[in-house]
Ligand binder design. Structure first.
Ligand code: HMG
Length: 388
């Protein structure tokens, strides 16, 4: 029996800022963003959107496929938590009408926690092959205005159904892990934006890749040349390109730069238009590869490198299943991306500065998302989500 990803779907806000607009406002060369970091647009969450509404939107098509009564566990990965106590997934459980015996829990370790959720889901399914585990990862990436991180903001959610004999990608049991206590990127509880030592974070990312890969090689018979494609954690596209060149060099790969680029380029398309979605980003990269791959991926091995600042990293592998292309949501994803509304620099600042809804006896939030779910109000410190 194999275990892995049976279906995948993602969601992002209906607003985006073109990085050319940001560059113009900052009097910077737009190529610094379009070429230098490899990003074109970044998603901006509407005031009535958050990790819950984005996650529910991402997961809804999967729940429609399997039925709301078939899901035994939902694991919700995020680093944009909305409550110190209650798991965000519990709201999603209600919005999606999941059955009451479905357990729900939230996981955190920066961008890595979606991979922890995936591995835990695979273990649960291996123990109970008839069970279906919904993994959701949802985040809003925010940095201070005027900092180098500003151009690498974004928002998005991904949902994956983990089952036995999956229809998309079988996940291999061998993993390579790496953990080190470092301060490259962090967000104390009293801040809504992350603090980051940008250049240091890219160095630690590459160091973790090396160490996780070495650990993976101790456990797995697979070598660099056995992989046809790679999905990396995607804070910005150029980071994946650097990481892939780094890994190829470590392995003394004979592949030239164009061949190496072909192993990752299809995984970068969606991220270039969404920006960093933290926990969701590598898996939106997987959706991008499966849905936009220029060749038939059947039977191909994919290498995954998941990185979460702080830091925990993991290298693992998967094999694409025959018939995978019949189980994708490609058209819906492109329709969603193409229907988004571009915002001006002033509108971007308005969205950015929209006060975090905190309190009030009753605070109504204006309706601006085009998604199926929205945060309608906060009343007596309780978040009120509705189906539109
Ligand atoms: P910066 O320091 O302003 O940028 O921000 P730079 O000056 O290093 O330029 C970036 C690249 O653009 C350089 O290329 C320049 O040469 C090039 P490189 O040397 O890297 O190959 N460039 C140009 N290219 C063409 N035309 C031009 C031009 N000008 C410059 N005119 C930095 C870069 C990464 C520091 C910043 O974006 C940042 O702080 N980002 C946030 C942190 C981040 O994303 N780190 C990534 C690793 S950590 C991670 O992935 C975890 C994370 O997702 C969080 C989590 O785990 O929860 C962040």
């Amino acid at each position: 029996m194999s275990v892995g990803i049976d279906e995948i779907s993602f969601y992002t806000s209906n607003y985006f800022l073109d990085l050319r607009t940001l560059a113009q406002a900052q009097e910077t060369d737009p190529d610094k963003y379009y070429v230098g970091i490899g990003q074109e647009k970044m998603g901006m969450a509407a005031p009535d959107e958050d990790i819950v509404t984005m996650a529910a939107n991402a997961a809804m098509p999967l729940v429609e496929t399997v039925g709301s009564d078939r899901i035994g566990t939902m694991l919700f990965a995020t680093e944009t938590g909305i409550d110190q106590s209650k798991a965000a997934g519990v709201y999603v459980h209600r919005l999606l009408g999941l059955q009451p015996n479905c357990r729900v829990v939230e996981l955190k370790q920066a961008c890595y926690s979606a991979t922890a959720a995936l591995q835990m889901a695979c273990a649960l399914v291996a123990r109970q092959p008839e069970s279906k585990v919904l993994v959701v990862a949802s985040d809003v990436a925010r940095y201070d205005l005027g900092t180098p991180g500003e151009a690498t903001q974004g928002c998005g959610a991904v949902a994956m159904m983990i089952t036995a004999n999956p229809r998309l990608v079988e996940i291999d049991p061998e993993v390579g892990s790496y953990t080190e206590d470092v301060m490259d990127f962090w967000r104390p509880n009293y801040r809504s934006t992350a603090l980051v030592d940008g250049k240091y974070s890219t160095k630690i990312y590459l160091k973790s890749l090396k160490r996780a890969w070495e650990h993976f090689r101790e456990a797995s018979p697979l070598a660099f040349g056995d992989f046809s494609h790679f999905c990396y954690h995607l804070p910005f596209g150029r980071m994946a390109q650097k990481a892939h060149q780094h890994l190829a060099k470590l392995n003394k790969s004979p592949l030239g730069s164009e061949q190496l680029e072909r192993q990752i380029e299809d995984s970068l398309l969606y991220n270039r238009a969404i920006g960093n979605s933290y926990t969701a980003s590598m898996y939106i990269g997987l959706a991008s590869l499966l849905e936009n791959g220029r060749q038939d991926l059947t039977g191909r091995r994919i290498g995954f490198f998941s990185y979460g600042s702080g830091c925990v990293a993991e290298f693992f592998s998967g094999r694409v299943v025959e018939g995978y292309e019949r189980c994708l949501h490609r058209d819906a994803h492109w329709r969603m991306l193409e229907a988004r509304q571009e915002v001006s620099h002033e509108e971007y600042l308005e969205l950015y500065r929209y006060p975090d809804p905190r309190d009030g006896d009753h605070l109504e939030i204006p309706h601006s998302t085009t998604g199926r779910f929205r945060l309608a109000a906060i009343s007596h410190h309780k978040r009120e989500y509705v189906v539109c």
